[in-house]
Write a protein that binds this ligand. Structure first.
Ligand code: GLU
Ligand code: MG
Length: 418
């Protein structure tokens, strides 16, 4: 059969799904400038492919323009079509950023961090997921047997990550039923979120070729364990020197890292609406799941919202030292997670916020988190009024479609989509 290669340009917006449009690869030079057509209401398509409400109606035209620095091209070597896509930016026709572009939200936050504190952010998104290509058996947690029984998935996935430039670092059988985890190397600024988007898609792409699924939904069974996304972060100053660790501080944080962390804690209820944006995200965030339940920071404690990670003593302690944000999951676009974290951290730096002794409980439901986001005058400024409103309409519409479903039914719906 004759075949002609195609390329997609994609975004990962409010629904956390990666969506876009394709075109013949030979047209790439022209598409680099013109992108593909997009409309504002595309961003209102929720996780279940519904648009319960939209402030944009059927109006207006946008373009989704590929970023030459965010290309993924992977040949699985099995005769299947290459995975070839670019991540891109949503713009008005004149090239200016659309106010609800998720990538621009993160880009503006990172620029504000640089302007406020003169530092760049290094980060890495660690992912847990369920692979459907194995049976759940007693004793599977962390077992060599569970590692073995996933067959060639892990190796094919690692090769795909490598080809896509996502720098694989580890792959392991996790605690939950059929649950696995992978990590990739940290990257600077926006690249880290690009890498998270690419990595999730490579897991799905690999599983798809093997006739299975990689499911990243926050939790599949209300009685089970969750799939977290843990964002590790650290700072580099203008000379590339690590700027996160101060051995004399109680938590080992520099002044900058302390204020940033305090900003995360201060804005945590509103942040939750963005970083844990599914109704079932709040089933994961319950006691005894090794997931956070309070807006707290602790040294080497996996029950905290923010964990100060351990370092192996040696000459490069400052370089190793990093902080882990554990209140995220893969229902959230990595751009929105990264952007929201950085905006909150920058606010902490600007206001010289300090870490409180006690952490209040996290919102118990998505509805409560959305109310906190709505009430946050700061979040309204970070996002801009149009985006802030669109986000609330999007997520409240999604919640309304789940009305009357019990927790198991909600888990099942989200498992179909993520
Ligand atoms: N599965 C847990 C979560 O939902 C995390 C377990 C771990 O510490 O790796 O965040
Ligand atoms: Mg884990």
């Amino acid at each position: 059969m004759n075949r002609e290669p195609l390329i997609m340009v994609c975004t990962c917006e409010m629904s956390g799904r990666v969506r876009g449009k394709g075109f013949p690869a030979r047209d790439l030079p022209a598409r680099m400038r013109t992108g593909v057509g997009w409309v504002p209401t595309n961003s209102m398509i929720n996780a279940f492919s519904q648009i319960p409400a939209t402030p944009f109606g059927t109006k207006d035209d946008l373009i989704l323009v590929p970023d030459p620095a965010a290309e993924a091209r992977v040949d699985f070597g099995d005769g299947s079509a290459n995975e070839h896509f670019f991540l891109g930016d949503i713009r008005w026709l004149d090239g200016s950023a659309w106010e609800c572009c998720p990538r621009d939200f993160a880009r503006r936050a990172l620029a504000s961090l640089k302007e406020t504190a003169g530092v760049t952010l290094l980060s890495a998104f660690e992912h847990e997921f369920v692979y459907t290509g194995v049976e759940s058996v007693p004793g599977e947690s962390y077992s060599l047997d569970a590692f073995r029984r996933q067959g060639v998935f892990a190796e094919a996935f690692t090769a795909a990550l490598r080809q896509a430039g996502a720098e694989p670092e580890s792959f392991l059988p996790e605690y939950g039923a059929r649950q696995y985890e992978f990590t990739v190397a940290p990257a600077e600024g926006l690249r880290s979120a690009d890498r998270a988007v690419v990595a999730r898609e490579m897991a799905r792409a690999t599983a798809c070729r093997l006739g299975h699924r990689a499911i990243f939904s926050p939790i599949l069974d209300p009685a089970g364990v969750g799939n977290g996304v843990h964002v590790h972060f650290s700072f580099r100053d203008a000379y590339g020197v690590p700027a996160t660790h101060d051995p004399d501080d109680a938590l080992g944080l520099t002044k900058l890292a302390r204020h940033f962390t305090a900003g995360l804690l201060h804005h945590m209820p509103a942040l939750c609406a963005i970083t844990a944006p599914a109704s079932v995200s709040y089933i994961r965030l319950r006691p005894n799941r090794w997931a956070p339940t309070h807006a707290d920071v602790k040294r080497q404690d996996r029950g905290a919202a923010i964990r100060i990670c351990p370092v192996i003593p040696g000459p490069d302690v400052n370089r190793q030292f990093n902080v882990e944000f554990r209140v995220a999951d893969a229902a959230a676009s990595p751009y929105l997670t990264l952007g929201a974290m950085v905006w909150a951290g920058v606010d902490g730096i600007r206001r010289s916020l300090e870490i409180p002794a006690e952490g209040p409980p996290l919102p118990a439901t998505l509805g409560a988190a959305l109310d906190a986001l709505e009430a946050s005058a700061e979040a309204r400024v970070w996002m801009g009024a149009t985006f802030h409103n669109a986000y609330l309409v999007h997520k409240r519409g999604e919640l309304a479609t789940l009305a009357g479903l019990d927790e198991k039914a909600c888990c099942d719906r989200y498992a179909e989509t993520y």
